[in-house]
Design a protein around this ligand. Structure first.
Ligand SMILES: Nc1ncnc2c1ncn2[C@@H]1O[C@H](COP(=O)(O)OP(=O)(O)OP(=O)(O)O)[C@@H](O)[C@H]1O
Length: 326
């Protein structure tokens, strides 16, 4: 059985009458990159605070690396690195000095700290500017230094709360690549909280869709799409051309062709309108479809394939969540 790095059961948090986190169950395996996806106010930060043992739990249990966060927050702190939206640094210190300061706070011996700090600064791409004052760093550089802060204590789990806020697209891309590389290299578990669908889609092994304190759905992106779209996760759109140069008479009428398309394995539904078609299928049937059309004496004016992505999944669940509330 996979080792669980994060294990949450029945977790609930109220602020007065308001339920910020409502009976949440979630487990994340060691080495996994899990995306907690939800709009502002969904309860992501509150969940993270409970994971870190920084806010009291009203009901349920949170364990990180097998340790109860509510009861042993200091032990959990040793295992977890937390990167908030905005990290505070000493602007008059260099990147290296800031990192050494954090190492001292974590009681890492001076020699070892220096060696590790230099190695990590290289890993996060700040080696060349390590001696420059942090005041001169760009937003992207500050976030990477924040990640270095997290890594210096060699955590088993890292928790990132909207870590890419304020980064430009290139900065986001580099930051996400860095997270994946580090997680794979060091076998670290990552909880990545964000409301950016595409960022989550790019890096996460598994995703939880979290809205108004509740987990609406959770799983691999492909399996969420399967559950939602009743297994027809591919849509092919195209147009049949009857004007194929130098071709003999078509072997089938368009109607017969549609019947043949319906017989392709995996095809669930075919709609045809003025030679334009929309096909819903369980698997990618592009090759079979184009071969059949051509062999029947027709051509294709265009063919486009759409696979449901996280945005379709998210909005669908999000709407379902809203509908259930009404
Ligand atoms: N200390 C607090 N006192 C009262 N209500 C709070 C407190 N902290 C959070 N809340 C409320 O709990 C809900 C969840 O907030 P939370 O910050 O966890 O959401 P989030 O998903 O992290 O969103 P964001 O990305 O905007 O921070 C919100 O309605 C928020 O107003």
């Amino acid at each position: 059985m996979a080792v669980k790095s994060i294990d949450i059961t029945g977790l609930t948090k109220r602020y007065g009458e308001h339920i910020a986190v409502n009976n949440l169950d979630l487990s994340i395996d060691k080495g996994e990159i899990f995306g907690l996806l939800g709009p502002n106010g969904a309860g992501k930060s509150t969940t993270i605070l409970m994971l870190l043992g920084l806010t009291e739990v009203d009901a349920g249990c949170v364990k990180v690396c097998g340790i109860d966060s509510g009861r042993y927050p200091l032990e959990v702190k040793r295992k977890v690195g937390y990167l908030p939206e905005d990290v505070g640094f000493y602007n008059d210190y260099s990147g290296l000095q800031n990192l050494m300061y954090v190492a001292r706070l974590n009681n890492i011996p001076e020699e070892e700290a220096k060696e590790r700090a230099l190695e990590i600064l290289q890993e996060v791409g700040l080696e060349d500017v390590k001696d420059n004052k942090v005041a001169t760093y760009s937003r992207g550089m500050r976030q990477r230094l924040g990640l270095a802060d997290v890594l210096i204590k060699n955590p088993e789990v890292i928790i990132l709360d909207e870590p890419t806020l304020g980064l430009d697209p290139e900065g986001v891309k580099k930051f996400l690549q860095l997270i994946v590389r580090l997680s794979r290299k060091k076998g670290m578990t990552v909880l990545f909280s964000s409301h950016h669908l595409h960022q989550i889609q790019q890096v996460c092994d598994r995703v939880g869709i979290f809205v108004k304190g509740k987990m609406l759905a959770e799983g691999k992106i492909s399996s969420l799409a399967e559950q939602l779209f009743s297994k027809n996760t591919f849509t092919l759109e195209g147009a049949i051309s009857t004007a194929v140069q130098d071709a003999a008479e078509p072997l089938l009428s368009i109607k017969e062709l549609v019947q043949k398309i319906k017989q392709i394995k995996g095809v669930a539904q075919v709609e045809l309108n003025n030679n334009q078609f929309v096909i819903e299928s369980q698997k990618d049937v592009t090759v079979e479809l184009s071969r059949l059309v051509v062999q029947s004496g027709y051509g294709l004016n265009f063919l486009s394939k759409k696979e449901y992505g996280l945005d379709d999944i998210y909005y669908q669940y999000f709407q379902e969540g809203q509908a259930h509330e009404k």
